[in-house]
Design a protein around this ligand. Structure first.
Ligand code: NIG
Ligand code: FE
Length: 403
């Protein structure tokens, strides 16, 4: 008989069913192995499961949510860019700094110069901060190497981070910026990005492929090339789209059945419709919006009206979002983007899972992974309410408690 673990006396935020928050007051749940076997009121626990319970925890009425998912990060990199923050405060714009060779390129230099060991040590430190707030699944992008060797190095580091007790999904972002050695040869660089992909995939380093489709990044035509290379290898795509201008990247991404488009401040109505029709997730990144002091809001109401699932993420990176708090992003999603606290929580659970193409997590229902957080709060709306307070009591991944 399987060994069953039982947790009872919880306020379960299942995010499933018709109730607001999928709330189950006085709920209980049972896991076998890494998955939830049963979720419901304790009185309805099936007899055979009850008989196989080997451990039982009384949660004392605490709020339990699915484990949090940070679905868009650039966590592996060398150095930091506080001096550019200072330059921006002295009047320079993000785009000006990028065009002058700073921005992404300065992080590329620092990343190339760092050893794998150094990159791992720095990234691990960051990951532990995210985990302390209940993150159980994390996406990490490459894109600060921009050579085959350095992109490989970044992705290897990203893979190793799973040893810290988190599921890591890796995304190849070779098309993040044109490195100095390809200056003036953008199309050749795009070809190189495509040429590096088969080996990265063969080494098991890539779960998805992303690009930065932007005036200071890559054109839709160049992005298409990268997406075609991904498709040839059966890899899903996602896109940094319409962050600083409307390039029509979302429509292109829809053609390729992308998992998500991310940022989206300049998303048009046509883009919203394309996303809805293709079933894509809109990943909103309030940290970057805030840190760049953007004033153009993503079209949240239009996304809602069209039924596009909205994910929220840190976008952790040294240039536009040096935050390590996904809980703070919940608050900012509400204060800046006017999401409801429930929408914000769905954005870092069920919708974030979808943005990564993962159907086995993000809700508390039987059959899903037993990834969950226990919070010292009375209602899940408090997760978006506080900023700078971490009410996490306990986190479990695959049914095993982590802290
Ligand atoms: O998601 N937009 C492009 N990439 C990052 C920023 C990268 C950087 O400035 O280092 C982002 O905002
Ligand atoms: Fe990003």
């Amino acid at each position: 008989m399987r060994r069953t673990k039982l947790w009872r006396n919880a306020k379960l935020v299942t995010l499933a069913g018709d109730q607001p928050w999928g709330m189950l007051e006085q709920g209980a749940f049972a896991s076998q192995g890494e998955h939830l076997q049963w979720v419901g009121p304790l009185a309805e626990l099936p007899e055979d499961l009850r008989a196989s319970v080997v451990s039982e925890v009384d949660l004392g009425g605490a709020v339990v949510t699915p484990g949090l998912i940070d679905c868009h990060t650039h966590l592996v990199y060398g150095g930091q860019r506080a001096h550019e923050f200072e330059m921006r405060l002295n009047g320079a714009s993000y785009e000006e700094i990028a065009r002058a060779g700073g921005g992404i390129r300065s992080t590329v230099a620092a990343t190339r110069n760092a050893t794998e060991h150094q990159l791992y040590a720095q990234a691990a430190h960051r990951v532990l901060k995210l985990l302390a707030e209940g993150v159980t699944t994390l996406e990490v992008k490459s894109g600060y190497g921009l050579s085959q060797a350095a992109e490989t190095k970044m992705l290897r580091v990203a893979r190793r981070l799973s040893g810290l007790g988190v599921d890591v999904r890796t995304t190849y972002l070779g098309a993040h910026a044109v490195p100095a050695e390809f200056e003036g040869r953008q199309d050749e660089y795009v070809q190189a990005v495509c040429d590096w992909l088969p080996a990265l995939r063969r080494d098991g380093l890539v779960d998805a492929v992303d690009a930065f489709c932007e005036g200071i990044g890559f054109s839709p035509a160049q992005t298409r090339k990268v997406f075609e290379a991904a498709r040839a290898l059966g890899l899903p795509v996602k896109l940094h789209a319409e962050q600083l201008s409307d390039q029509g990247g979302t429509q292109l991404a829809a053609e390729f059945k992308a998992l998500s488009c991310d940022h989206l401040e300049y998303l048009s109505d046509a883009g919203v419709q394309a996303m809805a029709a293709s079933g894509m997730v809109a990943t909103l990144l309030p940290g970057a919006y805030y840190f760049l002091r953007e004033t153009k809001l993503p079209p949240v109401q239009a996304l809602r009206d069209a039924g596009v699932p909205i994910a929220i993420s840190t976008d952790h990176n040294p240039g536009t979002s040096p935050t390590l708090s996904l809980l703070l992003m919940l608050n900012m999603a509400c204060t800046l983007f006017r999401l409801t606290p429930e929408e914000a929580l769905r954005g870092v659970t069920i919708h974030a899972a979808k943005a990564l193409g993962l159907a086995d997590r993000g809700q508390l229902v039987a059959g899903q992974r037993a990834d969950f957080c226990v919070w010292d709060i009375e209602h899940p709306n408090e997760l978006s309410y506080y900023f700078g307070r971490n009410p996490l009591r306990q986190v479990a991944r695959g049914g095993a408690e982590r802290k």
